[in-house]
Design a protein around this ligand. Structure first.
Ligand code: R5P
Length: 309
């Protein structure tokens, strides 16, 4: 069997170390030089003939981390790796899966094509914003999910039968997966985005009055979606102890303060991104065991244990 190598970009060293620990393999880091004009210049250790997994979420700063990923993939290919898998736990640009007006670009396939052109033979993602990602991609995409791990944590925080709230229509399928695991029901907020950092919650479908609720989403960016959903839930009489769970905690701008002001019981995210704000309120559940297990199985050409699709 070819030797397994995991290579880390700079986006999330903590997750990389945790994955390496779970796999029981040495971390093959890379050195990252930054030229005075801002160009990135990564150098990897020898991966000739190896089955290589490059771990790099394209979290903020998205474009920096994305270009670094491309350069790492290219370095692996030029070093004659036998197979290169891009492990992108948080996949930036996935929200640009359709055009909403004339003159716009379609970001997701552009990013996908670049990853393939740079040398990836396969892509691994975790709860991507759109399931359409796979259809846009010319290489195999393995989709993992943080829902089982997050539900194990949530089970301690919520009574059986809690209401899982999708804060917009796009999150309904995800909410159904949480509800199945938590033996709960689903309610849906109708959301209208007003700007990059403001949204309006128009109404709620489903009964939340007096009920314990968990608001779920694939990602928290500015916190606007969660804020609007929580305010609407309160207006509809949901029980005070609201929990929030999302796979990817990007927490840009003032997101953390915004969430703290909502008087929530807890916000639960994974370490798919390098969450700096983790504490008793923003709790981080590690996705490393899920990714490590997937890498081990892919390396052994075995089926994945619990793929999202
Ligand atoms: C959008 O449809 C996504 O699923 C999230 O709801 C959104 O990206 C969250 O962004 P924000 O926290 O800025 O509202």
């Amino acid at each position: 069997m070819t030797v397994l190598r995991i290579v880390s970009g700079s986006a999330n060293p903590g997750l990389f170390s945790a994955i390496a620990n779970h796999l029981g393999v040495d971390s093959y880091g890379c050195s990252l030089e930054r030229f005075p004009d801002g160009e990135l210049h990564p150098t990897i250790e020898d991966v000739c003939g190896a089955d290589v997994y490059v771990i790099q979420p394209t979290s903020p700063p998205v474009n920096e981390h994305f270009v670094e990923l491309l350069l790492l993939l290219d370095a692996c290919r030029r070093s004659r790796a036998a197979r290169v898998t891009a492990v992108v736990p948080y996949f930036g640009y996935a929200r640009q899966d359709r055009r909403t007006g004339p003159g716009q670009a379609l970001g997701s396939p552009v990013v996908m094509d670049a990853i393939v052109a740079a040398g990836a033979d396969r892509l691994v993602v975790v709860d991507p914003h759109t399931p359409a990602l796979e259809a846009m991609c010319r290489i195999p995409v393995e989709t993992l999910s943080a829902v089982p791990a997050l539900c194990r944590e949530l089970a301690g925080d919520l009574p059986e039968g809690a209401v899982v709230v999708a804060p917009d229509l796009g999150a309904v399928k995800l909410a159904e997966r949480y509800a199945k695991a938590l033996h709960g029901s689903v309610a849906v907020v109708r959301k209208q985005r007003e700007s990059g950092s403001t949204v309006a919650a128009l109404d709620i479908a489903g009964d939340v009055s007096g009920r314990r609720v968990v608001v779920i989403d694939d990602m928290i960016t500015t916190g606007a979606t969660i804020e609007a959903a929580v305010e609407k839930l309160r207006a509809h009489g949901a029980a005070a102890d609201i929990v929030v769970a999302a796979t990817h905690g990007l927490f840009v701008h003032t997101a953390v303060n915004r969430l703290r002001k909502l008087d929530l019981r807890r916000v639960l995210v994974t370490d798919s991104t390098d969450v700096k704000a983790a504490d008793a309120f923003i709790r981080v559940s590690s996705i490393a065991p899920t990714i490590a297990d997937a890498i081990a199985r892919l390396h052994a050409d075995e089926p994945l244990d619990n793929p999202a699709v």
